[in-house]
Design a protein around this ligand. Structure first.
Ligand code: HEC
Length: 156
């Protein structure tokens, strides 16, 4: 019995160390293990564990999501989509989850000057969730992203 307790507490300490060492790598993510669990509970039913979504009704986050940060209006959009804005998490947890999502699935496209989402920014934006107008808004952002990557490509 005593031994079992000791093993448990050692395992707890190991987990805490893992969490704190990873925290330094992802700005705005105080607790990556917690963010991962929030993603599992609130997001992956639609977006899938690997962030690939599906071809009928859920866009991929993988290798895509951070691109929105590089065009005007994209930063706001990522908070105002209904799946994000109306999820059942407090503002600080949602900010952490969104920052985690960006680095977890699309770290390479996170702009170098990215400032992590904060609880107050997320709290303000989620009060105005997108409804049906999100599709044309999203189309316009995707077009802007494509234009930007074509322009970059031409520069090379
Ligand atoms: C019921 C299914 C569903 C759930 C649950 C869901 N999403 Fe989404 N998500 C979507 C769909 C569909 C879109 C495309 C825009 C739209 O129609 O809302 C989207 C768009 C997004 C976007 C914008 C990127 C883009 O390509 O449009 C982000 C970021 C995002 N979701 C993150 C999350 C996170 C984080 C969670 C969990 C808190 C979550 N989603 C939960 C279905 C879902």
């Amino acid at each position: 019995m005593r031994l079992a307790k000791r093993i448990l507490s050692l395992a707890g300490a190991a987990l805490a160390i893992t969490a704190s060492s990873a925290a330094g790598q992802e700005p705005g993510v105080a607790n990556p293990a917690r963010a991962r669990i929030d993603y599992m509970l609130k997001c992956q039913g639609c977006h899938q564990p690997d962030g690939m979504g599906n071809t009928t009704n859920t866009p991929p986050l993988k290798n895509e999501v951070a691109r929105f940060l590089s065009v005007p209006g994209g930063r706001e959009f990522l908070v105002r989509v209904p799946g994000v804005a109306s999820t059942d998490l407090k503002d600080d947890r949602l900010a952490e989850l969104l920052n985690w999502t960006l680095f977890q699935f699309d770290g390479a496209n996170v702009p170098r000057d990215f400032t992590p989402y904060t609880a107050s920014e997320v709290g303000r934006l989620r009060k105005r969730p997108f409804r049906l107008e999100r599709m044309p808004a999203r189309d316009a952002l995707v077009a802007a992203i494509e234009e930007l990557s074509a322009a970059k490509h031409n520069q090379k």
